[in-house]
Design a protein. Structure first.
Length: 243
């Protein structure tokens, strides 16, 4: 009997590893899913530093052998960084990115985003988890989320003991904080699956732009879904991961 395939699943900002429960339940036999709480979130809310290098080190410990990697939004950005990192690149066999981007290419745009994330982090530290989570759920990228998916996400966000870790995640893992990878996409020789919701026009365009630079891309557009595809259509995401 073949050994199970280790699959590491990285959640989005304000979520926890539990947000993958629907996808995990829909995976075919043969997978060994591992869905950690990323630093600053959930059970790892107090872990410091909340930085890319620290999170890549956590992933390294999770799977000492070959593994497949999937990530959503923030987790997708981190997954892409992992697949191009000296620490992990040789062990990753397949990459699935859900509603994710290689980052902001322009230096001025990154600086503006870092400043915006810093302001949001400062605001987060003044709020309790409930109020911050309620505000985050209203962001434009999450608009129109199916009611059951919105409820799942809301309950998941309440697993955070405070907003302190989330503020650190904005500062250390935000879009403006991570280096852009557009020019390095052609280095990926592994299969890369780009999953986007049909209603997520922004990330559908990004997926098409990424596919044009990748060696072995596959774009999966999930009908009727928005940005949080793994919550709205977990079976479709599981099928895309399994390929």
């Amino acid at each position: 009997m073949a050994a199970p395939i280790t699959l590491v699943l990285l959640h989005g900002f304000t979520n926890t590893g539990a947000s993958w429960d629907g996808v995990v339940a829909a995976l075919p036999a043969g997978y060994k899913p591992v869905a950690p709480d990323i630093r600053g979130h959930g059970a790892a809310a107090a872990r410091r530093p909340v930085s890319l290098d620290a999170v890549l080190g956590d992933i390294d410990v999770l799977s000492p052998g070959p593994f497949e990697l999937a990530g959503y939004s923030m987790g997708g950005r981190i997954a892409l960084q992992a697949a191009l990192s000296p620490l992990l690149a040789e062990r990753i066999r397949r990459l699935t990115l859900i509603g994710a981007s290689p980052g902001l290419a322009g230096a001025s745009e990154r600086a503006q985003r870092r400043a915006a994330d810093e302001r949001l982090a400062d605001e987060a530290e003044e709020l309790d988890v409930y109020d911050f989570a309620r505000g985050w759920a209203r962001t434009s990228v999450l608009a129109g989320l199916a009611p059951y998916a919105a409820q799942t996400a809301a309950l998941d966000r309440l697993r955070h003991p405070s907003t302190a870790g989330l503020a650190e995640a904005l500062r250390g893992l935000g879009t403006g904080a991570l280096p852009p990878l557009w020019e390095r996409l052609g280095e990926l020789a592994i299969p890369v699956v780009l999953v986007v919701g049909e209603r997520d026009a922004k990330f559908r365009a990004i997926a098409d732009q990424m596919a044009a630079r990748l060696i072995r891309p596959r774009v999966v557009v999930v009908p009727g879904a928005g940005h949080a595809v793994h919550l709205e259509a977990p079976a479709d995401v599981a099928a895309a991961i399994a390929g």
